[in-house]
Design a binder for this molecule. Structure first.
Ligand code: ATP
Ligand code: MG
Ligand code: MG
Length: 549
């Protein structure tokens, strides 16, 4: 695989190795287990793992589980599964919560140096006295507490003497700093909640901005890569490592997060979609989660190629979702079996074909990849075609079936439409056609030409199947007030379910197998809802798009 495309972080690592500043590169992917991973996380996963791989270093998978209220083992398990599925092997598997003991000790180091204090103010008071970009913050009345008093209060916080929110521990830095993040940020808070890993052992929890640099330092991370929102946190990151006297000094680097058109990229919103049952769980194929993309039919290869193509920069941008689609087409083009499926069936009776006879025709499995060989498909007097491959009164340049017109059936014969049968409401429910035995595919027939080729499935052997076609759940112009109002503006056509037929050979296709259906696009056998009697196919992507890379 191609991993050599360059990015600015790679240059930094290469220079650090060359200068001897870094002996071995160590990165980490640090998800908070409060939801399933999405395609944005894939960008960070690929960056961290491929960087370490390229320079023969190591990457840890570390769960940043410092917020007991939102975290769950279900999320931990799904994240491990998704990272492994993408094809990456982590070196260490760690939990931030494993370091709670050490983090507590490091907070005591700050307290003893006079660099942290217990504050009695409420969260609101702390927020209100933080100041603004142009105005300095106000010092807390608790700021002058002695180290001894602070140490005693912090211990009592840990021992459960106080209620949630009654006290916090704050770093003592500079309430007038031009960087608001340096105005005595909160580093510990009281939360009486059960933690998925440490149970009821703790009732104080470190804040992310304090915990993260310590986690990196404890693990010997060399290059701690995060998204641009954390750029203003870097001075505090360095302060924590230095003042807590960590023996290892990691460095933080920031890159622009992935944004994509018509795609929700926030775990909070994705969780709302799941909780409100707007989708069929985190792995609904309409979700931009890794598990949703997998169930839809994306491959790890396509996702990794996409991440390589979008690259790593420091500038904000929005990637066209059709770019991701481009890479799954590329990946499946030569791999997927090309077969025929009718998703909106219309019965056709071939009146001059002998009754009770079935012949088996040879069909190539992939016209662009002869190595995939051939298969046999049945043909007989009754077949299904698509409803919209027939029009009674066609417009100009309609080359498919209409009364009197002749088309080619892919892999079979020319047929000519003789008559359309209607129900009492005037709907066409069946076609009567004739075929010409001379025109068999592969026979070398050149007697006359037809302009249309359509697909079909033989009726008596056809396997009933369900087809699920997708559109974006949310469009970029959907209104959102930031409080979940986007749930009221979901695309009502995001899922279309159709009942049709596939070739008999596809009856036993296992969940996760991918096909290219002639003229319809790429489909994946749904691993959850497929039954032995009825396969369910999720459309991954249509065949063509106007999008160019
Ligand atoms: P969300 O806002 O969706 O909840 P998050 O950043 O809070 O995402 P984390 O679990 O903290 O989610 O993320 C783990 C890692 O993935 C972090 O290093 C984060 O920077 C990175 N990451 C998250 N979203 C994106 C994105 N859209 N593009 C690139 N990296 C991302
Ligand atoms: Mg986060
Ligand atoms: Mg988050």
């Amino acid at each position: 695989t191609k991993t050599s495309s360059s990015n600015f972080i790679k240059h930094i690592v290469a220079e650090d190795l060359a200068s001897g500043n870094t002996k071995e590169v160590v990165t980490r992917f640090p998800p908070e287990p409060n939801g399933y991973l999405h395609i944005g996380h894939a960008k960070s996963i690929c960056l961290n793992f491929e960087l370490a791989d390229e320079f023969k270093g190591r990457t840890n998978l570390r769960f940043d589980d410092t917020n007991p209220v939102k975290e769950d083992v279900e999320y931990v398990e799904s994240i491990k599964r998704d990272v492994a599925w993408l094809g990456f092997e982590w070196d260490g598997l760690f939990f931030a919560s494993d370091y709670f003991g050490e983090m507590y000790e490091r907070a005591l180091v700050l307290i003893r140096k006079g660099l942290a204090y217990v504050d009695d103010q409420t969260a609101d008071q702390i927020r209100e006295t933080r100041g603004t970009l142009t105005e300095p913050g106000k010092e807390s009345p608790s700021r002058g507490r002695s180290a001894i008093e602070n140490e005693d209060l912090f211990r009592r916080m840990k021992d459960g003497e106080f209620k949630d929110g009654e006290k916090v521990l704050r770093a003592k830095i500079d309430m007038a700093s031009p960087n608001v993040n340096m105005r005595d940020p909160v580093i510990y808070r009281i939360v009486h909640a059960h933690h998925h890993n440490t149970g009821d052992q703790w009732c104080i929890y470190p804040m992310y901005a304090f915990a993260h640099p310590l986690e990196d330092a404890i693990e010997g991370v060399t290059h701690s890569i995060c998204t641009l929102e954390f750029e203003d946190q870097r001075p505090f990151y360095d302060w924590v490592v230095r003042e807590c006297e960590m023996p290892w000094v990691p460095r933080q680097y920031e890159f622009a997060r992935l944004n994509m058109t018509n795609t929700v990229m926030s775990k909070r919103k994705l969780k709302l979609l799941v909780d409100e049952k707007a989708v069929d769980g985190w792995d609904d194929p309409r979700m931009p989660t890794i598990s949703g993309l997998r169930r839809k039919g994306y491959t790890p290869e396509a996702i990794r190629a996409f991440c390589r193509e979008i690259g790593v920069t420091k500038s904000y941008g929005i990637v066209d979702e059709r770019m991701l689609e481009h890479f799954i087409r590329e990946d499946l083009k030569l791999k997927a079996l090309r077969t025929m499926a009718v998703i909106s069936p219309l019965k056709v009776v071939i009146t001059n074909y002998p009754e009770g006879q079935t012949e088996w025709l040879e069909a190539e499995n992939n016209s662009e990849n002869p190595e995939m060989g051939n298969r046999q498909i049945p043909f007989s007097r009754e077949i299904y075609i698509e409803q919209d491959d027939f029009m009674e009164n066609p417009p100009a340049k309609y080359f498919r079936l209409f009364p009197g017109n002749e088309v080619r059936l892919k892999h079979a014969y020319f047929i000519k439409c003789e008559e359309a049968i209607k129900d009492s409401d005037g709907n066409v429910i069946e076609l009567r056609c004739t075929y010409d035995p001379e025109t068999k595919s592969g026979s070398g027939f050149t007697g006359r030409k037809v302009k249309g080729t359509i697909h079909w499935v033989e009726a008596s052997n056809a396997v009933p199947a369900e087809f699920r076609l997708y559109e974006p759940l949310i469009n970029d112009d959907s209104e959102d007030d930031g409080n979940g109002s986007f749930l009221q503006h979901l695309n009502p056509n995001s899922l279309e379910t159709l009942q049709g037929f596939v070739e008999p050979a596809m009856k036993e296709a296992p969940g996760g197998e991918k096909f290219q259906f002639f003229r319809h696009g790429y489909f994946n056998v749904d691993p959850k809802d497929t039954t032995p009697d009825k396969p369910v196919f999720n459309r991954i992507v249509s065949l063509k798009s106007s999008f160019d890379i």
